[in-house]
Design a protein around this ligand. Structure first.
Ligand code: SF4
Length: 107
């Protein structure tokens, strides 16, 4: 099991989650963050920290869900982040906007 960052994070990127993760397993790209599934210890403390409810357990997703693959893949190329930076100035405008997967910047 692992926790997974999903679509709501794209272009919101609030980063509150990274301050509570005990194993520093968040990785950040140009407009999205991911969790490394090999490092996550399933503690769930990051879930309530996300203001846009982007983090879910993998058990909530169907097998083959694209976010499972994208977290594992992008954790290998994104940058480890342990301290929250400033979210984008327009973060609030992107909350709950549908179909943001097309805007995902893999860097
Ligand atoms: Fe980190 Fe725990 Fe969230 Fe996994 S569930 S990403 S270990 S805070």
């Amino acid at each position: 099991m692992t926790y997974v960052v999903t679509e709501n994070c794209i272009k919101c990127l609030h980063q509150d989650c990274v301050t509570v993760c005990p194993v520093d397993c968040f990785y950040i790209g140009p407009n999205f963050m991911v969790i490394d599934p090999d490092e996550c210890i399933d503690c769930a403390v990051c879930v309530p920290e996300c203001p846009v409810d982007a983090i879910v357990p993998d058990t909530d997703l169907e097998p083959g869900d694209p976010w499972l693959h994208l977290n594992a893949e992008l954790a290998k190329t994104f940058t480890n982040i342990v301290e929250a930076g400033d979210p984008p100035a327009d973060a609030a405008e992107w909350k709950d906007v549908p179909n943001k997967i097309d805007l995902l910047d893999k860097g």
